[in-house]
Design a protein around this ligand. Structure first.
Ligand code: C2O
Ligand code: CU
Length: 517
């Protein structure tokens, strides 16, 4: 050890947690060996997939056409990128145990991939460019085929650059062939923050943010003065003028800064609040609502006016039912709720947390009732909001009690000043992987050293959030707080852990876990 060069010493000081990830074993300066990681298309990955395939699991075919073109947000047409010129893209719906075969024909002017958020699928279908596959080039085709083991509410989106903050997202619903819940109707609700084709595009936003605060950025408002909001919507043609950096957006629920980006619109199912989607049911119906936050930089606080909601699932996995007035969803998070609907017309309102704006859809069970005003904020938004600590996993979803075999400490670092978001002070590097081994119980210990919250997402697994063990794949880590999540390493491959704020992720707040050979 005494003959180590400084570079080797530094890697030892990283406590052996992070190691270079070449495909082959490589010798260290001290004669030790760094672990090798299994390849995304390797033997173990194929075996794990074979174990997921059931005889009789039908293959379902889907076609995805990422395309550039106009989309109507409700009286406001924008040019953007979507799946099949629909916003959200057409839902994919299958049953657990079936196989999804999705042929992607990329008609975008750029390379893309599709990531199937929350699914425990085989690693080389995970859609991470440069890790599990190359980008599907402009004009190219690629077919994803994978078995879907778990029922639940999922979604899909690209994993290339800032494309998620365009219109490229759609729900993926996996029905339970033995569904234990009974309900009369189902409503899929996708939340989003929108600027593409209005004030610029997401690449321009990232470039602007990367110039950093105090670096002569365009935006001169003082912290605390600027809450964003639709009143400041620039007219079309002002694209790329800057002014996207949002400062002073505070949220008590999120424990600090709420977001980095100013959006002119917030959408529910692709519609602005003035022209909402209307969902119809009969008074007394039990309606299952599947909520998905597909935003780039916005948490939403959601409530259905005049109703309490029973939370039944978090990120697709069942919880012990618990009643609440409102829910908070970070980017990438999903909740399923069941409501027994009253007679009338009610707003399903999504408050852009800390950004002083709302999006909504309408629930109508009576033709006679007047529609609530576009900006109305139901009182439920300010009442009870269940958090992770109030959610217990259903017995079927509870991980067995077990001590972690390994703890991976992930400090969330960086800030707005230099826009240097990172994990353990290191910008994402696909050659650096945190090792785990098949069969281990792994603890991810998130320690947030920043003044902002981060919705941290792990690919390919659903972890248990301490202390209750509620199962999730994306969890909010509050500003200056810590969060432990445990999972069983039962899906070999190279898997991302990242912040689901697309601008944080793209500026470096991503890392890889690698299963050792
Ligand atoms: Cu929904 Cu890696 O993300
Ligand atoms: Cu973040």
């Amino acid at each position: 050890m005494t003959s180590m060069k400084p570079i080797d010493r530094r890697s030892v000081l990283r406590a052996g947690l992070l190691v270079a990830g070449g495909a082959a074993l490589s010798a260290c300066g001290d004669g030790g060996r760094r672990p090798a990681f299994i390849a995304p298309g390797g033997e173990q990955v194929r075996k794990a997939e074979a174990a997921r395939r059931h005889a009789g699991g039908a293959v379902r075919d889907f076609r995805l056409a990422p395309v550039e073109g106009p989309v109507d947000l409700g009286g406001r047409t924008v040019r953007t990128w979507t799946y099949g010129q629909r916003l959200p893209g057409a839902e994919i719906r299958v049953k657990a145990g079936e196989v999804i075969r999705a042929r992607v024909s990329n008609r975008l002017p750029a390379g893309t991939t599709v990531h199937w958020h929350g699914l425990a699928l085989h690693n080389d279908a995970d859609g991470v460019p440069g890790v599990t596959q190359p980008d599907i080039r402009a004009g190219g085709e690629f077919t994803y085929e994978f078995a879907v083991p778990h029922p639940g509410t999922y979604w899909f989106h690209p994993h290339s650059g800032t494309q998620l903050d365009r219109g490229l997202y759609a729900p993926l619903i996996v029905e339970d062939p033995k569904e234990p819940l009974s309900y009369d109707a189902e409503w899929v609700v996708v939340l989003d923050d929108w600027l593409d084709g209005v004030t610029g595009n997401p690449d321009q936003v990232l470039a602007e943010l990367k110039r950093g605060m105090g670096m002569g950025g365009h935006h001169s408002n003082m912290p605390g003065m600027d809450m964003g909001g639709p009143s400041e919507t620039p007219e079309p043609g002002s694209s790329g003028m800057g002014g996207h950096m949002l400062m002073g957006a505070r949220s008590e629920l999120l424990g600090g800064d709420a977001g980095d980006v100013r959006y002119p619109y917030f959408l529910v199912n692709g519609r602005i609040a003035e022209e909402p989607e209307t969902f119809r049911a009969k008074p007394g119906d039990r309606v299952r609502i599947r909520l998905i936050n597909a935003a780039g930089d916005t948490a939403f606080r959601v409530a259905l006016g005049g109703h309490r909601m029973t939370v039944t699932h978090a990120d697709g996995f069942p919880v012990r039912p618990v009643d609440t007035d409102a829910l908070l969803l970070g980017m990438g998070e999903r909740y399923d709720v069941v409501v027994t609907v009253e007679s009338g017309a009610f707003p399903l309102t999504a408050l852009a947390e800390g950004k002083n704006a709302t999006a909504r859809a309408l629930l109508r069970t009576s033709g006679a009732a007047a529609a609530p005003a576009a900006g109305v904020r139901p009182g439920e938004l300010r009442r009870e909001i269940v958090g992770y600590g109030d959610l217990q996993p259903a017995d079927s979803a509870r991980l067995k009690r077990r001590r972690p075999d390994r703890t991976v400490r992930l400090e969330l670092t960086g800030g707005m000043m230099k826009y240097d978001w990172a994990i353990n002070g290191r910008k994402y590097d696909p050659e650096d992987l945190y090792p785990v081994r098949s069969g281990e119980r792994v603890r991810l210990s998130f320690v947030n050293r920043t003044m902002m919250w981060h919705p941290m997402h792990l690919h390919g697994h659903t972890f248990a959030v301490a202390p209750t063990g509620v199962r999730k794949d994306t969890a909010i880590v509050l500003a200056n707080r810590s969060l432990d999540v445990d999972f069983d390493a039962d899906n070999p491959g190279r898997w991302m852990i990242h912040c689901h704020n697309v601008y944080h992720a793209e500026s470096g707040m991503m890392a890889l876990l690698g299963y050792q050979v």
